[in-house]
Write a protein that binds this ligand. Sequence first.
Ligand code: SAM
Ligand code: SF4
Length: 326
Amino acid sequence: MIEDSFGRVHDYLRISLTDNCNFRCFYCMPEEDYDFTPASRLMQPDEILAVAEIFVAQGVKKIRLTGGEPLVRKDAPLIISELGKLPVELVITTNGTRIAEMLPVLISAGIKTVNVSLDTLQREKFLLITRRDAFEQVRENINLLLQNHISVKINMVVMKGLNDNEIKDFISWTKGLAIEIRFIEFMPFTGNKWTSNKMFSLEEILSVIQQDFAVFPAKGNPNDTAKHFTIPSHKGSFAIISTMTAPFCSTCNRMRLTADGKLKNCLFSEQETDLLTALRNKQPILPLIQASIWSKKKELGGQLNKQFDQINVQDIHNRSMITIGG
Ligand code: SAM
Ligand code: SF4
């Protein structure tokens, strides 16, 4: 069992397969030109599997693959197939562009839920946010997942003045389709263009939806980061991830492994533990994992002020989201 000093048991590992991506979402990538990590410095498939097995032996029940865009990695099919053999729930977060070609691998690895990021239902705005013209492709791939009986959760980062006017459109989408929309509060990371006035809060999201829809809270799981809601007569549902205005740190069970093999005990932690170098030097990594999680701070990596209007993104000591693995 992997536990921190506040008694939180950690049984959920998020593995970033790469910091490379075929999109350029401004809220995720650093502003300046960014060099992706060379392949030799990324964890190799056998290394990912070896590290994952150690976590699973310590009680990890769920592994999420993320990135960067996990499905742009050439050996992603091999990694997914190998991890699919472990006794865990395997899930993935993707921008949705590579679903069609990866579908057989996802199915045979036993992946039953896919989180697809989609911040707008408008083609032009999609291009503006991602700098790639792939809106139709992503929409088609979402349908493809559903046709293949894979649950779909849509991640939508809500940004004031950019896509907050589409919240109701996303809700309307759930009327006839059994998907979950996950509205995510915009978070600050090194190099992104976060300012507090671009944030659209849990409260604001809910009040927009309640103008037109009858909303009921739904029961979630104990470690959920999302607050779940239903609307009677809608096949789908929605959730809000309120990291900024109502964080869920007290029940956190998450650990993050970056593509270059560093363990982060919190999305906002400055501290990282280099598991890959230790593994390559044939040193035991379990004590490193245990020490890292034991030193986890109580809330928000110990560095984000809960009064978000006082946060200056320049003062945050962290990586950019694309290099952490969201
Ligand atoms: N490429 C994949 C994708 O886009 O789904 C996986 C990696 S991406 C970093 C994972 C999630 O983080 C996405 O849903 C993305 O929208 C979210 N994300 C990235 N930057 C964010 C930010 N600044 N605030 C909130 N969510 C963010
Ligand atoms: Fe790429 Fe996902 Fe980041 Fe967009 S959010 S740049 S798709 S990693």
